[in-house]
Ligand binder design. Structure first.
Ligand SMILES: C[S@@+](CC[C@H](N)C(=O)[O-])C[C@H]1O[C@@H](n2cnc3c(N)ncnc32)[C@H](O)[C@@H]1O
Length: 274
């Protein structure tokens, strides 16, 4: 089970290195045919073969997120009659996640996709986006990419550096990324908050709840052990955005309307089988 770590330089580097581990595990899944991702190999230096139980866990995580994301992107809570519904995805501690590129391929990318991480991580990601034409083409020809600043700015995609523990900085990000707090927003915190102290995690959840009027917060953590992966999510304000009719568990209290906690096997059964 991952443990929260204090903020020394080496711990910060160790937390960032969890991103390399996540990408290598995703690639292991892809190689074994659990899931499709045409981009993750571009982010992996050293290919690894994971044990089947790890592959299954990553598959469950991926399948659950994809199912919820698809439902968010497919539902039309505020259609303006022209089929022109603007939605946003905000990924906290996105690491080298490739969801934006996959959604582009599928023609499902939202109006705006914003990724945040430490500058050390966003710098590397920006450099890789600049290097590989498969990635550069997806962010668009007019995108401005700076590996020094760790930033990518295009009309529909932003990569920005931030320490998530600094809520003031998160407020600045709204403006820098052109996020519109009134638009339906899917916030992803996938294996990120576990690395923060509890006060920072609570502050981030509270910030998200106060900032976005209509949002889903997808939180995924390994909170029991490597086998029993838990999933928590909540939604707020607009029930039409909620993909399922679920009973409420008061797991998080920072402005949540509904929460759900699931174990890995239930998660596989619920999200993958149906
Ligand atoms: C295990 S990785 C997960 C990456 C990605 N969400 C995924 O699921 O593939 C954790 C990520 O959270 C980032 N992270 C952890 N603490 C952070 C903080 N205080 N500010 C910004 N990013 C942070 C790390 O740098 C790392 O990229």
């Amino acid at each position: 089970m991952a443990k929260p770590v204090a903020d020394s330089r080496s711990n910060r580097a160790a937390v960032q290195a969890t991103n390399d581990d996540a990408s290598a595990s995703k690639l292991s899944c892809v190689k074994k045919g659990y899931m499709k991702d045409d981009y993750v190999h571009l982010f992996v230096k050293k290919q690894l073969r994971r044990a089947p139980i790890i592959n299954r866990g990553y598959f469950a995580r991926w399948a659950a997120l994809r199912k919820m994301l698809n439902q968010f992107l497919d539902c039309e809570p505020n259609a303006d009659g022209n089929g022109n519904i603007r939605k946003q995805i905000l990924s906290l501690g996105a690491g080298f996640d490739t969801m934006f590129f996959q959604l582009q391929d599928e023609g499902k990318a939202p109006h705006l996709y914003v990724e945040l991480d430490f500058i050390e991580v966003t710098s590397k990601k920006a450099a890789l986006i600049e290097t590989y034409s498969q990635l550069r083409d997806k962010v668009g020809e007019t995108a401005s990419i700076s590996s020094e600043k760790g930033e990518v700015h295009s009309d529909h995609y932003k990569l920005l550096p931030v320490d998530l523990r600094n809520i003031e900085n998160l407020n600045d990000i709204i403006a820098q990324a052109n996020l519109d707090p009134s638009l339906p927003t899917f916030i992803i915190a996938e294996c990120v908050l576990i690395y923060l102290d509890p006060d920072s995690s609570r502050a981030i959840v509270g910030w998200a709840s106060r900032t976005f009027s209509t949002s889903i917060f997808f939180l995924y953590e390994q909170v029991v052990d490597t086998i029993k992966l838990n999933l928590v999510f909540f939604y707020r304000l607009d029930p039409s955005l909620h993909p399922f009719n679920l009973s409420s568990n008061a797991i998080l209290s920072q402005g949540t309307v509904d929460t759900l906690l699931m174990y890995c096997n239930d998660l596989l059964a619920y999200y993958v089988a149906y």
